[in-house]
Design a binder for this molecule. Structure first.
Ligand SMILES: Cc1ncc(COP(=O)(O)O)c(C=O)c1O
Length: 302
């Protein structure tokens, strides 16, 4: 993506599902002139959470801007934009915020605005030029310029999506952030223990396993399509297959916003058990459901 926009990039590859090697990141920051460090917070394809706080400390130490993809974390997992030195935090309306698909959510630090203002190559996009939004939409007290003297949009916004997001944000605040994060954690834990109780394995290392998506290795005796298509056809429950190098190797269960709830996850586990039973991968149904339910009931009491 960076290269499409003309940036030179150094791609640091780490084993999928394992923790990032912070020493290697530090080494590159030390030896190269890195202007921007970028990372995904919650990796939706592997179900692993990256150490954003630690990466933010490194970015600050070496004077790089820090750009974070919090698309599948914001609203479900804590994201401390200022404390973690995130200069540009990117998220979207449809995942853990529980809005509708179609809006990008951004936060931008003073340093990031400054970098945009000092660009040698001017942006080629009209709609995605954030400086236009700064000029016309952001209030003066928040650093905007309001060149037209009043707030106006650079282009017509999708009003219906903004209303939906506003409502979703009100629901988040009504629930309370801590309660919401705990709910995601409980459901994720119950899902992991549920699938483990029937012999399945979680793909990422468990200490970095996500609260918003559970990635599970496809067991022997069945394919990812058998599971995903079977659950959809027989139970009208949609889960996802693996992407790129995990294609065919994992299945993914999302539990974000309203789906991080026992009314969603218990039927999902029941459907998974049913399909695995039909393919003779398991010989008894109900164990994953019972394990998950026990955890949810106990955790909710705390
Ligand atoms: C971590 C992550 N980044 C980026 C994207 C792309 O988000 P969008 O579909 O809102 O462009 C996704 C979508 O699944 C994602 O999970």
């Amino acid at each position: 993506m960076c290269e499409i926009y003309g940036a030179q990039s150094i791609n640091l590859e780490f084993e999928w599902g394992k923790s990032i090697d912070l020493e290697r990141v530090k080494e590159v920051l030390e030896n190269e002139d890195v202007k921007v460090l970028t990372a995904v917070h919650n990796e939706t394809s592997t179900g692993a959470v990256n150490p954003i706080k630690e990466l933010g400390e490194l970015a600050k130490e070496y004077g790089a801007l820090f750009v974070v993809d919090a698309i599948s974390s914001l609203g479900g997992i804590e994201v401390k934009v200022d404390e973690w030195n995130i200069d540009v935090c990117i998220s979207s309306s449809q995942k853990c915020l529980g809005g509708l698909y179609g809006l990008s959510i951004l936060s931008i630090s003073d340093a990031a605005w400054e970098a945009m203002e000092n660009r040698k190559v001017k942006p080629r996009s009209y709609a995605y030029d954030l400086l236009k939004w700064k000029m016309r939409w952001i209030p003066k007290e928040e650093g905007g310029l309001l060149v037209m003297g009043r707030r106006s949009y650079p282009l017509p916004p999708p009003t219906h999506l903004i209303y939906a997001l506003n409502e979703a944000c009100k629901m988040i605040l009504e629930e309370g952030l801590n309660q919401r994060f705990k709910r995601h954690q409980t459901i994720a834990y119950a899902t992991r223990e549920g699938v483990k109780s029937i012999g399945l394995e979680i793909f990422p290392d468990e200490e970095i396993a996500s609260s918003t998506v559970t990635v599970i290795k496809v067991p022997k005796g069945v394919s990812d399509s058998d599971i995903v298509d079977g659950m959809l056809k027989e139970h009208k429950i949609m889960i996802a297959k693996g992407l790129r190098r995990l294609k065919g190797k994992v299945i993914r269960i999302g539990h974000m916003a309203n789906t991080a709830d026992q009314n969603h996850i218990i039927p999902t586990l029941a459907a998974l058990e049913d399909v695995l039973y039909k393919f003779k991968v398991i010989s008894e149904k109900g164990i994953a459901v019972e394990t998950a339910l026990n955890i949810i009931e106990k955790q909710l009491e705390i």
